[in-house]
Design a protein around this ligand. Structure first.
Ligand code: A3P
Length: 345
C-alpha cells in the first residue's frame, strides 16, 4: 500500500516537474523574443509614404515569422490580402563589391525589423536576359513585406557591370546604394580563393594567384585579371557617378564589419534613415567560426555558411607588396571621392 502511494507521489512529482520545466523554457524563449521587441516607433523619413497608416516596429517584429512563411511561398492569396503584404521594389541595393562581405551585410541588416532582404542574388540589372523580362519580373522576385518596410537586395556583379548604373537609374533615380569594400589586395585574394575552390570541386587544376596577378612578360600587375580589376574601386565608382550623386552612396568598411560589425551597421541604419534597432545583442562572436554570427532571440541564431570566411592560400610577399603599391593611387582617389578613408597600405 505504502509502496503504491509512493509510486503515485513520484508520478505526480514527475508531471509537476515537467510542467515547471516546460513553463520555464517557454518563459525563457519569450524573454528572448521580448528582447527583440522594440518600443512603438513608427518609421519615418524618406522611405515612409506620407499620409498612410504606419505599422509600428513592434508589430513588424512580431509578424516576422509570418513573413518568413510568405517568403517561402507558403502564403495564400487570402493571407497576403489580409495582412496587406506587398512585393516592393528595393529602396536600397548592395551593389558590391564581390567578396567585400556583401552577404554578411545583407544578413545583418535583415536583423532590423524594418528591413526585408531578397534572399537570392537576383542579377536583374547585370544579366541582359533577366533585364529583358522587365521590371515587373524583378518586383515579383522580391519578398513579401509590409508597406512600411524596405526591401534590400544584393547582387555584387552590379558594381562592375557597365550597363547597370543607367538601368538602376531608370528604375529609381533616388535609390540608395551600398558598397562594401575591403583592403583591395585581400579582396582580390579572396576572389581568387572562391574561384579556386570552384575549380577544385570540379577536380580541375588552376593557376597560382601570383601567376594570374602578375603579367609574366612585363612583371607588372596584370590589370586584365578580373580579381585585380574589381579591386580598382575608384574606376567602377566613377562610372556610377555619371548617374548618381555621391550622397546616394554609402561605403561600408568590410574589414571592420568582420571585427566590429555593430558600428558599421549603425552607420548604415543612419544612411537608410532607419531608427537604430540593431544592437550588440543581435551579434555574437563565434570562436569556432572565427566570425560574428546573428542572434534573433535567445532561441534563434545563425552563422553565415562555410563558404564565407575561407582560408586564403599563402601568397608571395613580393606580389602582395607589388599589388598594394599598384592599388595605392586608386585608393587615394577613392578616399577623396567618397570622403571615407581606410588604413589600407
Ligand atoms: P573570405 O571568404 O575571404 O574570408 P561576400 O559575401 O561578398 O562574398 O564576402 C565574403 C566575405 O565576407 C568573406 O571573405 C568574409 O571574410 C566576410 N565576412 C564578413 N563578415 C562575416 C561574417 N560575419 N561571417 C562570415 N564571413 C564574413
Amino acid at each position: 500500500m505504502l509502496f503504491k502511494q509512493q509510486a503515485l507521489l513520484r508520478q505526480k512529482l514527475l508531471v509537476l516537474g515537467s510542467l515547471a520545466i516546460g513553463s520555464l523554457l517557454y518563459l525563457v524563449a519569450r524573454v528572448g523574443s521580448l528582447d527583440r521587441l522594440q518600443p512603438l516607433c513608427p518609421i519615418d523619413g524618406r522611405f515612409g509614404p506620407h499620409g498612410q497608416e504606419e505599422i509600428p516596429l513592434r508589430a513588424l517584429q512580431f509578424k516576422r515569422g509570418l513573413l518568413h512563411e510568405f517568403r517561402k511561398g507558403n502564403a495564400t492569396k487570402e493571407q497576403i490580402r489580409l495582412h496587406n503584404l506587398v512585393q516592393q521594389l528595393p529602396k536600397a541595393i548592395i551593389i558590391g563589391v564581390r567578396k567585400g562581405g556583401t552577404r554578411a551585410l545583407l544578413e545583418m541588416l535583415n536583423l532590423h525589423p524594418a528591413v526585408v532582404k531578397a534572399s537570392q542574388e537576383i542579377h536583374f540589372f547585370d544579366n541582359d536576359e533577366n533585364y529583358a523580362k522587365g521590371i515587373e519580373w524583378y518586383r515579383k522576385k522580391m519578398p513579401f513585406s509590409y508597406p512600411h518596410q524596405i526591401t534590400i537586395e544584393k547582387s555584387p556583379a552590379y558594381f562592375i557591370t557597365e550597363e547597370v548604373p543607367e538601368r538602376i537609374y531608370k528604375m529609381n533615380s533616388s535609390i540608395k546604394l551600398l558598397i562594401i569594400v575591403r583592403e583591395p589586395t585581400t579582396r582580390a585574394i579572396s576572389d581568387y580563393t572562391q574561384v579556386l575552390e570552384g575549380k577544385e570541386r570540379k577536380n580541375k587544376t588552376y593557376y597560382k594567384f601570383e601567376k594570374l596577378a602578375i603579367d609574366p612578360n612585363t612583371c607588372e600587375v596584370n590589370t586584365k585579371y578580373k580579381a585585380v580589376r574589381t579591386s580598382i574601386y575608384t574606376k567602377h565608382l566613377e562610372r556610377w557617378l555619371k548617374y548618381f550623386p555621391i550622397e546616394q552612396f554609402h561605403i561600408v568598411d568590410g574589414d571592420r564589419l568582420i571585427t566590429e560589425p555593430l558600428p558599421e551597421l549603425q552607420l548604415v541604419e543612419k544612411f537608410l534613415n532607419l531608427p537604430p534597432r540593431i544592437s550588440q545583442y543581435n551579434l555574437y562572436f563565434n570562436a569556432t567560426r572565427g566570425f560574428y554570427c546573428l542572434r534573433f532571440n535567445i532561441v534563434f541564431n545563425k552563422c553565415l555558411a562555410g563558404s564565407k570566411g575561407r582560408i586564403h592560400p599563402e601568397v608571395d610577399t613580393s606580389v602582395i607588396t607589388k599589388l598594394r603599391k599598384f592599388f595605392h593611387p586608386f585608393n587615394q582617389k577613392f578616399y577623396q571621392i567618397t570622403g571615407r578613408t581606410f588604413n589600407w597600405p
